[in-house]
Design a protein. Structure first.
Length: 323
């Protein structure tokens, strides 16, 4: 059986390789602390497998997370000028040469992921599933990244794995601490849900919602998902809070909505908030740095006209399709 943690270990190997490259970069003014950041991040992935299996204690993992946060918080991350990759001029020449063919590896990722998600649960050998149950989509995402890498190397006529490794290191260092933000914010949502924030919001919502108004409940859930995502920076962090407060008790249990439609459209409503918040740094702030835009909020301003109408469409879709 192909397990999802294998792909987590592959991610770990990449971050550890980045740490090795960083520590060898003499032009990096903070190469030791930067290497420690990426190395600790990489080691957290395989160690987590043993924590989940309850064969190793969780407290070293907690200390590693604190150390990662301290390194980033106290300015321990930097990157040097020693980059074994193509120059901006060379990348422009390659873009002119290959044109729209450069999008082929990108399009491979959703295609392969979709195939794994739809066909993966049906694959079995001798009555045993080929892919780890309930993880087919994540496994597909990992596999699609490998397939896309192979397609890109074939398309660009490059046979050296060191090239994507060094380019991956360059992009990873440009992204910096924001690379760990999705995991931390998702965990924040779990902490909020465990602390009972969702139940408190649900109790308050029950007092202000008009009795028997399905539309009001739908609007509150969708708008709440967007607002909590704006605050927390990640729809995955907002989802357990708003679902425990409104989504499950009201829309599913009370109004008997279709769970798949309610939760899927609820997540899409949260993504409307992602378009509007600098807290979603990996989506809205990192592109500013990578594209060298003049304003830190240029991406958000470009997305705002889409976010509002899209949220309204999600409310209508949930109201008419989920009940």
């Amino acid at each position: 059986m192909i397990k999802v943690e294998w792909f987590y270990w592959l991610i770990a190997a990449f971050f550890i390789a980045v740490a090795v490259l960083v520590v060898r970069d003499q032009t990096n003014p903070r190469r030791l602390s930067s290497a420690a950041f990426w190395g600790l991040l990489g080691l957290c992935f395989p160690y987590s497998s043993f924590v989940v299996a309850k064969t190793l204690p969780a407290w070293p993992l907690g200390l590693a997370v604190v150390a990662i946060a301290c390194i980033a918080g106290f300015g321990g991350l930097a990157h040097g000028t020693q980059e074994k990759t193509t120059s901006p001029q060379e990348r422009q020449r390659l873009a002119d040469r290959f044109g729209n063919k450069l999008f082929v590896p990108v399009l491979v990722i959703p295609l392969v992921t979709g195939l794994f998600a739809t066909l993966g649960p049906k694959l079995s050998v001798g009555g045993r599933p080929v892919l780890q149950p309930l993880s087919e989509t994540v496994i597909g995402l990992g596999a699609s990244a490998l397939v896309a890498l192979a397609v890109a190397m074939w398309l660009l006529h490059d046979r050296h794995l060191a090239v994507p490794l060094h380019e991956g290191r360059r992009l990873t260092e440009n992204i910096g601490w924001a690379a760990v933000l999705p995991q931390l914010l998702a965990m924040l949502g779990l902490v909020f849900a465990t602390a009972g924030v969702g139940k408190a919001i649900g109790s308050s919502a029950g007092q202000i919602l008009p009795k028997g108004s399905l539309l009001a409940a739908v609007v509150l859930y969708c708008v709440g998902m967007a607002l909590f995502t704006i605050i927390m920076g990640n729809a995955f962090a907002a989802f357990p809070v708003m679902t425990a407060a409104i989504g499950f008790p009201l829309l599913i249990q009370h109004y008997h909505g279709t769970a798949a439609a309610v939760f899927a459209i609820g997540m899409l409503s949260g993504y409307c908030g992602t378009l509007c918040t600098p807290m979603a740094a990996n989506f809205n702030i990192v592109p500013v740095a990578l594209l060298e835009l003049k304003s830190d909020y240029a991406v958000i301003r470009a997305q705002l006209p889409t976010a509002g109408p899209l949220l309204a469409c999600n409310i209508a879709l949930m109201y008419f399709l989920a009940f």
